[in-house]
Design a protein around this ligand. Structure first.
Ligand SMILES: NC(=O)c1ccc[n+]([C@@H]2O[C@H](COP(=O)([O-])OP(=O)(O)OC[C@H]3O[C@@H](n4cnc5c(N)ncnc54)[C@H](OP(=O)(O)O)[C@@H]3O)[C@@H](O)[C@H]2O)c1
Length: 288
């Protein structure tokens, strides 16, 4: 346990509610905010879709700030079950925002690069107009809109292609499949920014200490295709000879963007930047 400095000992602890505390980002936020007073909420005990419990549980804690990291994140599942997607990502967001409204507390809502259509190769800035192409993205944008409608103090932090060491995600799926199969096929025409959940959590932990509300774009910097990402994972695992073959997109229920690079203008102006995706991936896989 690191010893607290004099300055840290005198600092009042923030009261922070983390909704979706067991997920990739929620787990990383627990570590990034370990010095604060935390309320941890997630399924099955806490369901953002159920009123009045979803609102009242937060109100009872009287947080200084609420972070909403819970969502229905199964992109193809959202396409198959659109009503459930909107129930969780839009109605659930509304319920959490109602708690913030009652408390006059700011909400940090985590959103996605998929709110953009992925057409063309121009980077997307915080002020660019979204154009979502699948149910998941539309339901997340609906959540953004609800937060903007109900609250005056909010942060919307858009991110992309999250992964960590332990949860189900692209990195761990590639590792598992490579252990089971002689080779892999990976798409070359889907590009984004792999983002290490602890790096995003650190950026959010910095941001909520600054009352500079608005939209933010937080991803590890740089982009790659799923093919390049998988190749880099296997290289970092010491298996540069493992065969990975390039492939075109495979048929799937959801239409996902072909290329999104979120550009961080507003966060960088506050001194909040994330490292290149290759460096974060190397750290994730080191000793892992
Ligand atoms: N994953 C990505 O690549 C990605 C990319 C861009 C943006 N985002 C956004 O980033 C945020 C965090 O993503 P993540 O990858 O950390 O998600 P995650 O690992 O799927 O975690 C989400 C958490 O929310 C919980 N949850 C789902 N429905 C709930 C409900 N009705 N009530 C309460 N909790 C509920 C989940 O529980 P169960 O596991 O039991 O369902 C899970 O613990 C989300 O807002 C997501 O939209 C993610």
């Amino acid at each position: 346990m690191p010893r607290e400095s004099m300055a840290e000992r005198g600092k009042p602890r923030m009261k922070v509610t983390i909704v979706g505390s067991k997920g990739q980002l929620g787990s990383a936020l627990q570590k990034a905010l370990a010095g604060e007073s935390l309320q941890l909420l997630d399924l099955p005990e806490y369901d953002i879709t159920v009123l009045p419990a979803a609102r009242d549980e937060i109100i009872s804690f009287q947080p200084d700030v609420v972070i909403l990291a819970a969502a229905m994140t199964d992109v193809d599942g959202c396409e198959r079950q659109p009503e459930l997607a909107y129930r969780v990502n839009a109605l659930g967001t509304r319920n959490v925002a109602l708690a913030c409204q009652a408390l006059d507390a700011p909400l940090l809502y985590v959103s996605t690069d998929y709110v953009f259509d992925g057409v063309g190769r121009e980077p997307r800035w915080e002020y660019d107009t979204p154009n979502p192409q699948c149910v998941y993205a539309r339901s997340k944008l609906a959540g953004e809109q609800i937060v903007r409608d109900l609250l005056t103090r909010f942060y919307i932090a858009r991110t992309a292609w999250l992964y960590d060491r332990t949860h189900r995600n692209f990195v761990n799926t590639v590792r598992r499949l490579a252990a089971e199969r002689d080779s892999l096929r990976m798409v070359t025409n889907e590009e984004g920014s792999p983002t290490y959940a602890p790096d995003l959590a650190a950026a959010i932990a910095q941001l909520i200490r600054i009352p500079a509300y608005g939209i933010y774009h937080f991803t590890n910097t740089g982009t790659c295709s799923r093919y390049e990402w998988a190749r880099r994972i296997m290289d970092l695992l010491g298996r540069p000879d493992y065969p990975i073959y390039p492939a075109d997109s495979y048929p799937r229920p959801a239409k996902v963007p072909a290329f999104v690079e979120l550009r961080n203008l507003f966060g960088a102006a506050l001194g909040i930047t994330l490292r290149p995706w290759q460096d974060a991936l190397a750290e994730c896989l080191r000793d892992g």
